[in-house]
Design a protein around this ligand. Structure first.
Ligand SMILES: Cc1ncc(COP(=O)(O)O)c(C=O)c1O
Length: 497
């Protein structure tokens, strides 16, 4: 394969394979995306990423949900350039600046009004996990309690407290109990209902279990400092919480005087079809954790919380990197653009259309066990169609097949990632600026990839389902076609599950 040669930073000539080879030799064994996506991006615009080998990819990972406006959006670039040219300081600890003031004003304007009215903000170290740590410290300080209520399947980051709050025991294995274990409560998961019931009834039982556990004086649960929850679990497998269940969590936590922390790190800034995911249910949290898209592609994280909780001492949560001016400029511009252009509404509509088409595809491709999501946070759970279903009809997860689909998607010029309990959920997190045509191309490529990977595992099943096949002339000669072609051969009629 011939590769485009690029000048490296040192002036030497490198190619993509050499760069990948040096990465493998030099970088940590803990590297993640770099393993499943062996490409060397050199340019990116919107949802298109161009690799050093000249191939183009449609990026449905978006920096793990960070790039609400896609790569290098003009309003983001303008905000960054404007700050660079202005002579303003780039690093200034947590001092007040006009840039920070404008960012905070824009952020507060985006929050539910009742919450914003009396809110405080604490800027944290630059990652989502730093803000989660701050949230835990805040509620522990304010309540004088130590315990935490957290949910099955939750993900809140990789530092000690955030890791403990998450549901992934593998991620904590071997760390010797670095942080206090939370009380684990059931998160509704319709497809694999922990109570074997599913639907609204499954969610009602999950809420009832939480209520009874906290009400029971001999239930073994100490009064907690906080309850931490995602309105849509991302890493847990793209699982939207029913609005009614979330309202119940609000009611129960209030009844017990437990501050409710909603982790909006991944769901915020229009991603789920509302500016903030809490707005679907109408609940008002006590603490909101924000990061990813709020920095407009650059690192920024904060907690926003009710003024009443603001009882920690000066310096209680210090940190050198709490004043990232470039991120505040980029983030402020992003928040404004999402608001002015109605991109949350756009995400709701486009997401619904994509879900409809994916559900139709599911009827043709039985490896697609479940299709779910909210807005432009979409998941497809891949299962083994040969295995026996459970009483609710769900078949066992098929992580190896999901990984093969990710690989086939990459070959077709589509970047997706996996998530979920057993890494068997294909996750789509495209930018909110994705065009209709791009959305169609994403679904075409995804359908092709799912079909190719599932047929590859079964000799004799080379025939493509008619609805997935497209006319030979429209099929790309190379694995990763240039963007732009619109193919509309996957049916778009909704078909009930
Ligand atoms: C809901 C949620 N909380 C917290 C985090 C941690 O953010 P970071 O990776 O920036 O530390 C993530 C990351 O994916 C997340 O999805």
């Amino acid at each position: 394969m011939s590769l485009t040669v690029l000048p490296s930073a040192t002036g030497a000539v490198d190619d993509a394979e050499a760069i990948l080879g040096r990465q493998a030799a030099r970088e940590s064994a803990a590297r993640t995306y770099a393993r499943s996506l062996p490409i060397v991006p050199v340019r990116a615009r919107g949802m298109t990423v161009e690799g050093a080998d000249g191939r183009r990819y449609l990026d449905c990972l978006s920096g793990a949900g960070t790039l609400a406006l896609g790569h290098n959006h003009p309003v983001v670039l303008q905000a960054v350039r404007g700050l660079l040219d202005s002579g303003a300081p780039l690093h200034i600890l947590d001092l007040a600046t006009p840039v920070k003031d404008a960012f905070t004003t824009e952020l507060f304007a985006s929050l539910p009004e009742e919450f914003a009215r009396d809110a405080r903000i604490q800027f944290c170290g630059p990652a989502g996990t730093d803000a989660v740590e701050a949230a835990l410290k805040l509620v522990r300080t304010a309540t004088g309690r130590g315990g935490l209520l957290a949910f099955t399947g939750g993900y809140h980051g990789m530092t000690a407290g955030a890791l403990a709050a998450g549901g992934d025991v593998d991620a904590r294995a071997g760390l010797g109990g670095t942080a206090r274990e939370p009380v684990r409560l059931p998160y509704p998961y319709d497809y694999r209902c922990p109570f074997g019931v599913g639907g609204p009834q499954g969610a009602r039982i999950a809420a009832r279990w939480t209520a009874s556990l906290l009400d029971d004086p001999k239930g073994g649960v100490e009064p907690a400092a906080g309850m931490i929850v995602e309105a849509v679990q991302g890493e847990g497998g793209v699982i939207p919480a029913p609005d009614e269940w979330l309202r119940e969590m609000r009611r129960i936590s209030s009844a017990h005087g437990v501050p409710l922390i909603v982790d909006e790190v991944q769901t915020g800034v229009g991603r789920t079809g509302a500016f903030w995911a809490v707005q679907h249910s109408g609940i008002v949290p006590d603490v909101m954790v924000v990061s990813k898209a709020v920095g407009g592609s650059l690192p920024l994280a904060a907690i926003v919380y009710r003024g009443e909780l603001d009882v920690w001492e000066p310096g209680a949560h210090a940190g050198t990197f709490r004043g990232n001016q470039l991120a505040m400029a980029a983030g402020g511009a992003t928040l404004r653009f999402v608001r002015e252009e109605g991109l949350a509404e756009r995400a709701a509509q486009l997401g619904e259309r994509m879900l409809t088409r994916l559900r139709a595809l599911r009827c043709l491709l039985p490896v697609m066990g479940d299709v779910r999501g909210r807005g432009l946070m979409i998941g497809v759970e891949i299962v083994d169609p040969q295995a026996d279903p459970d009483p609710l009809g769900a078949r066992p997860a098929a992580p190896a097949l999901a990984a093969a689909i990710r690989e086939e998607a990459l070959r077709r010029g589509l970047i997706i990632e996996l998530g979920g309990r057993r890494s068997a959920v294909l996750r789509l997190l495209p930018p909110l600026t994705m065009t209709d045509e791009e959305a169609e191309t994403v679904l075409d490529r995804l359908g092709e990839a799912i079909h190719a990977a599932s047929a590859a595992g079964r000799p004799g099943e080379a025939a493509r389902p008619a609805a997935v096949a497209r006319p030979a002339a429209a099929r790309p000669a190379v694995a990763a076609p240039r963007e732009g072609a619109s193919r509309r051969d996957i049916p778009r009629q909704d078909t009930p599950r």
